[in-house]
Design a protein around this ligand. Structure first.
Ligand SMILES: [Zn+2]
Length: 59
């Protein structure tokens, strides 16, 4: 049984695998927004918008 969360930006349903773990990154299939799993409960999964980490490949 998979879990569903709503994308805050485009209101799409994002399917989350049952074995999801805290800290996992989820991408909205509709708009591409990245979310981070902050809590997993029996009722569902709490997500927050993932912080944008600027990757620095300058070295
Ligand atoms: Zn979205």
């Amino acid at each position: 049984m998979s879990k569903l969360v709503k994308c805050e930006l485009c209101d799409a349903d994002i399917e989350i695998q049952d074995d999801v773990v805290v800290g996992e990154l989820i991408t909205c299939p509709e708009c591409g927004s990245e979310y981070e799993v902050v809590k997993v409960t029996e009722k569902g999964v709490i997500i927050k918008e993932a912080e944008k980490i600027e990757e620095d490949w300058g070295e």
